[in-house]
Design a protein around this ligand. Structure first.
Ligand code: S3P
Length: 432
């Protein structure tokens, strides 16, 4: 379609990042050839692909158009010792899930990452994996990459995760499968369950239950995993930025084929309370995951409060929620989100300092933030700290007519949403 002012924007967003990581890893461990389409062609999944290649798996380049790739699986115990350090780039999911997988192998491997990833905590996975029998040497600062791992055949584990974390849960479930044992992870709130869904589709037994008020996921030993035949949905976390463009005054949008896993779509409930014009239709199930089309159009927003219970299902959407709050009427309070301090940047500090920098009143809490909405013109220079979601959030704010916001590192969006700036330009029907 041609980009004309006011005409709806009809598009798809790139494939889901969480699902792409898992699909690449699980295809590598499958018995036979997997077929994946819609894989996210961005830097984070490329880090996973590169790590798997260094472990002997032939992973093709991820096509820019999301076209199909085929991966010949090496079987659960078929990875080979790497001859170099495994660089996970900026990707926490690559590092933590690969630590889980490598915990089941007898060979030694060393994982590292960029400066941001090397400042993020890793003991949340290495401690439970140690309890299963893997050994770790922290080669830099305590609790941080680079870490050397040597695994082997593992012991069963029931792990109580103090926080909802899909990375921790997935690392332990994958370790059990590769290490020939069983494991259960209990968490206070349900984290995204892509790993559980995919493992079931591959024939593994994954049991989920409520135990003592906690959410438990248990995997039983498996001889082999069947290959995947997966059409990866659009990433809800990317679609959230596109919906926000429309809500704040850009062209109305329809984003087709977006993943609607309930562990990911918590922002929709918050948007409803804010009075936002967002509707999901065309709901269907695709390759074991719910999908739908997200429609959004400009609406006046009102402030709301978000507490700990809601955070896991919208953990990656807090940056864009803070931006919507900056244009909502009233004061929005977000609490129970201390995990944001250990994402690609300290997102609480980055959001508050940048909001203030451009003229929005905001206050930092130990576990969240308070944002006072304003319709005044906003201007200033934003520091992303190399964090893709901070860059995109302030990119959306900066595109609003009357605002003059410079984002210091626009390129970091390549981690999760290649083409973001182009979509933003189209949303406002201008040469932005
Ligand atoms: C992810 C889980 C979440 C999320 C991250 C991706 C995953 O992290 O913030 O962007 O793919 O499992 P935690 O598991 O640390 O909550």
């Amino acid at each position: 379609m041609t980009d004309t002012d006011g005409a709806p924007l009809d598009l798809e967003v790139p494939g889901d990042k969480s699902i792409t990581h898992r699909a690449l890893m699980l295809a590598a461990l499958a018995h036979g050839e997997s077929r994946l389409s819609g894989a996210l062609p961005a830097e984070d999944p490329r880090s996973t692909a590169a790590v798997l290649r260094a472990l002997g798996v032939a992973i093709p380049d991820l096509p820019a158009d999301g076209g199909e790739i085929r991966i010949a699986g090496r079987g659960l115990r078929g990875l080979t010792a790497p001859s170099r350090v495994l660089d996970c780039g900026n990707s926490g999911t690559t590092a933590r899930l690969m630590l889980g997988i490598l915990a089941g192998y007898r060979f030694a491997a060393e994982l590292t990452g960029d400066a941001s990833l090397c400042s993020r905590p890793m003991r949340r996975v290495t401690e439970p994996l140690s309890a299963m029998g893997a050994t770790f040497v922290e080669r830099g600062a305590p609790d941080r990459l680079p870490i050397r791992i040597r695994g082997g055949s593992l012991r069963p584990l029931v792990h109580h995760s103090p926080k909802a974390s899909a990375q921790v849960k997935s690392a332990i479930l994958l370790a059990a499968l590769v290490g020939g044992t069983e494991a259960e992870v209990r968490e206070p709130l349900l984290s995204r369950d892509h790993t559980e869904r995919m493992l079931r589709a591959m024939g593994a037994t994954v049991q989920t239950a409520r135990v003592d008020g906690l959410h438990a996921a248990r995997v039983l030993p498996a001889e082999r995993l069947e290959p995947l035949d997966l059409r990866i949905p659009g990433d809800f976390s990317s679609a959230a930025f596109v919906a926000a463009m429309a809500l704040l005054g850009g062209r109305p949008v329809r984003v087709r084929g977006v993943g609607m896993n309930p562990g990911r779509t918590g922002l929709l409930n918050v948007l409803e309370r804010m009075g936002a014009g967002v509707v999901v239709d065309n709901r269907a199930e695709r390759s074991g995951e719910p999908v739908g089309d997200v429609h959004a159009h400009a609406t006046p927003l009102r402030a709301t409060s978000v507490g700990a219970d809601e955070i896991p299902a919208m953990i990656d959407e807090v940056p864009i929620l803070a931006i919507l709050a900056a244009r909502a009427e009233g004061e929005t309070r977000i609490t129970g989100a201390d995990e944001l301090r250990v994402k690609e940047s300290d997102r609480i500090a980055a959001l508050v300092s940048n909001l203030r920098q451009v003229g929005v009143e905001a206050e930092e809490l130990p576990d969240g933030l308070v944002v006072r909405g304003t319709d005044a013109p906003l201007a200033g220079r934003v520091r992303t700290h190399g964090d893709h979601r901070i860059a995109m959030a302030f990119g959306v704010l900066g595109a609003l007519p009357g605002n003059d916001i410079v984002v210091d590192d626009r390129d970091c969006v390549a981690v999760s949403f290649p083409g973001f700036w182009d979509v933003l330009r189209r949303a406002y029907g201008s040469g932005q």
